[in-house]
Design a protein around this ligand. Structure first.
Ligand code: ZN
Length: 187
């Protein structure tokens, strides 16, 4: 998987793409939470279940179904009734779905069970530009971890920066008043 930081950055970048919806401020933080949440299944490893088990890392919790479930729970628990708009829900869902897709694009880990519970096949992208972030961290993993962070900076951070900059540019253009509105007509 990319690191939690990489997933959070992806969630923030996705939120920036929904700027026209004028989302509540908390959407930024909660979209990042949705983007990171599937990795909670990493703790299942402490239960010593076998590697291919449905609830092991990159299993059911990384599926598209789980992503929609996570987004739905966050949508209803994290937002007041008057804040629950379709743009908020869609933003959370896309952020949550991004997790499994990004994981499938990292080399070095097991595949992702994207279609659980309908299929337990583990999927991996043919092209895997990202490097998996090693967990648990130890002295022997520091170099690999730094290399994976560098990989994330390029493959996640850079597109996120471009997406956020593009959104900011569009927002500025759309907020600029038309000339006829800015300058009152002279008598
Ligand atoms: Zn993951």
């Amino acid at each position: 998987m990319p690191s939690l930081l990489g997933h959070a950055v992806a969630g923030l970048a996705i939120t920036s793409a929904f700027h026209r919806e004028k989302l509540p401020r908390r959407t930024w933080a909660l979209a990042a939470v949705c983007a990171m949440a599937p990795d909670l299944d990493w703790f299942v490893g402490f239960l010593h279940v076998h590697r291919g088990h449905a609830f092991n890392h990159r299993g059911a919790a990384h599926s598209l179904f789980a992503a929609l479930l996570i987004a739905t729970v966050v949508f209803f628990l994290g937002f007041r009734r008057d804040q629950r708009r379709w743009g908020v829900g869609l933003c959370l869902a896309v952020a949550a779905v991004s997790h499994g897709l990004l994981d499938a694009c990292t080399s070095g880990g097991v595949g992702v069970a994207l279609f659980m519970p309908f299929s337990d096949t583990r999927w991996a992208c043919v092209w895997q530009p990202g490097w998996v972030a090693p967990l648990p961290m130890g002295h022997e993993h520091v170099h690999t971890f730094l290399a994976s962070l560098w990989s994330e900076a390029f493959w996640i951070g850079l597109p996120a920066l471009l997406m956020a900059s593009w959104g900011r540019l569009i927002r500025r253009v759309s907020l600029r008043p038309a000339l006829s509105e800015a300058v009152p007509e002279s008598l």
